[in-house]
Design a protein around this ligand. Structure first.
Ligand code: HEC
Length: 137
């Protein structure tokens, strides 16, 4: 009777140790927790602002720099930039990011194209605030 209780206890102990160990091994396998998904940028998605504002062929930034943007396109860019300020960065300081975006908005509203080009620098902003996806092998 006493013996049986003992065995049950040992089995329980072994099982729980194993569960703990498996859990531990599993948690060491994944190195870093995945970053949270990017949130909205005001009424837009960050993707839309980046693609249409900065990246695709005929993006608004390029049109503005080339002096080819219509008033509507310029206004659209400014609207993008103003909404970009509402994006919660997943990397770096939010205040720093908002300053970069404020410069971008001011530059987009001005006629200083050189200044605009500088304020719209992908690298300056991305280096501090963009999470790069893991490199594909
Ligand atoms: C003032 C800041 C700023 C500037 C300037 C900027 N970006 Fe971004 N960009 C961001 C932020 C913030 C993200 C999202 C970062 C994150 O959370 O990972 C982003 C993400 C992106 C993405 C990924 C979007 C997605 O989710 O699919 C692309 C593509 C991109 N940017 C292109 C550009 C290009 C090209 C330029 C320059 C011509 C540029 N960006 C300039 C702030 C900026």
């Amino acid at each position: 009777m006493l013996m049986k209780k003992h065995v049950t206890f040992l089995v329980c102990l072994a099982t729980s140790l194993m569960i703990t160990w498996v859990g531990f091994a599993d948690s060491t396998k994944q190195k870093e927790p995945a970053p949270p998904k990017p949130g909205p940028a005001g009424k837009y998605s960050i993707k839309e602002i980046m693609q249409k504002g900065f990246k695709t062929d005929g993006n608004l930034k390029e049109l503005i720099i080339d002096g080819k943007a219509t008033t509507t396109q310029k206004d659209q860019f400014i609207d993008y930039a103003e909404n970009l300020a509402k994006y919660k960065v997943r990397k770096g300081e939010q205040a720093d990011f908002e300053m970069l975006v404020a410069d971008l908005v001011t530059a987009a509203k001005s006629k200083d194209l050189k200044g605009f080009e500088k304020a719209a620098s992908c690298k300056a902003c991305h280096k501090a605030h963009k999470i790069y996806p893991p490199k594909k092998k």
